[in-house]
Write a protein that binds this ligand. Structure first.
Ligand SMILES: [Fe+2]
Length: 338
């Protein structure tokens, strides 16, 4: 597997210092994302995966670096965290190491020292990883899905991976714990796995509407996926959520026609995200919709197709990131075609 450059989130409210450090990191081959407030840092941590977080201790005169550290421990447990601090705050920086920071550096930061300390922290992390980390496993599973389920219908390239990203954003927003988020990630990646067991795979790329018989067969895929994934005790929730990803809040979904409150929260998250990504994607039977039309459709589905709690958490994100998200499917389809 090709190794990707390490990704670093760099948080500091002093833009000039931020840019200088970013330039040093980039020269050493790191992918760098910048955040000028603890809040922006938290948002980035919820959106993307990072190998390292480097944060200043002080933001606007307050020791908010600890909020960045907490967000990193919560949202990116495998990332190393380095604290930057001025001399008077040395004690506070050492205190943060007790709360899970890996190292600290005194300001003004020397570029060569920063790289050396960062690499040493990353080496310590890698050496301590005696098993495959969850994020790596999820990436492997995602690739498998892309090379199997999504190859049957090339229009769906990247659908599982995007479903994982969007559902994780919602999971964070709705306060789900790390263990639940990890299981939800598995369910999101594999939610359409059951499609490969359908009687006739040609239905999936058929132009125009399906016949009643064909649609009935396609509707078996949530349960097929849940059944065929196996009966491992740790996957019980994952299988349940997969089986629920086409249920609707008003009870008119499939396969069980469960009314909203009976559908698990993760099943309801998948249902919202799955519909969004399907609308945003060109399929054999339809073009990709534009953002305005997608938002209007999602809004109209409140308390009908979608759980209002989940939808209300999703809509602001859609309004904020939707334009960017709508470009992702085209990119994934092109990448899959090769
Ligand atoms: Fe599905």
């Amino acid at each position: 597997m090709e190794t990707q450059p390490r990704s670093v989130l760099l948080a500091d409210d002093e833009v000039r210092a931020l840019e200088l450090l970013a330039a040093v990191l980039r020269r050493h081959g790191y992918w760098v994302t910048l955040a000028t407030t603890p809040r922006a840092a938290r948002e980035e941590l919820a959106r993307s995966r990072f190998d390292a977080v480097i944060t200043d201790l002080l933001f606007d005169g307050r020791a908010s670096g600890k909020d960045v550290l907490r967000a990193a421990r919560e949202l990116a447990p495998s990332a190393v965290v380095l604290i930057l601090t001025g001399f008077p705050m040395l004690d506070a920086a050492v205190g943060l190491m007790r709360e899970g920071a890996d190292d600290y550096l005194q300001k003004p930061v020397d570029g060569a020292l920063l790289i050396a300390r960062l690499e040493s922290a990353l080496r310590r992390r890698d050496a301590g990883a005696d098993s495959i980390a969850f994020v790596e496993l999820a990436e492997i599973l995602s690739k498998l899905v892309q090379n199997t389920v999504e190859r049957i219908d090339p229009y769906t390239a990247g659908h599982g991976e995007r479903t994982r990203r969007y559902s994780d954003l919602l999971a964070v927003e709705l306060g789900l714990d790390v263990a639940t988020r990890e299981r939800l990630a598995l369910a999101a990646i594999a939610h359409d796995y059951g499609k490969i067991f359908l009687r006739d795979l040609g239905f999936l790329t058929k132009r125009g509407p399906l016949s009643e018989d064909e649609f009935r067969d396609v509707q078996r895929h949530p349960l097929l996926g849940a059944e065929k994934l196996g009966d491992h005790a740790r996957l019980r929730d994952v299988c349940l959520w997969i089986s629920e990803h086409h249920e609707r809040w008003d009870g008119a979904g499939y396969p069980a026609r469960k009314p909203g409150p009976e559908i698990s929260l993760c099943g309801r998250i998948l249902a919202v995200v799955e519909v969004f990504d399907s609308l945003a994607t060109r399929r054999s039977y339809k073009e990709a919709w534009d953002l305005e039309r997608v938002i209007e459709y999602m809004r109209a589905g409140r308390e009908r197709a979608f759980d209002p709690l989940v939808l209300d958490a999703f809509l602001p994100k859609l309004e904020r990131f939707g334009f960017e998200w709508l470009r992702a499917p085209q990119h994934d389809v092109r990448a899959a075609a090769g």
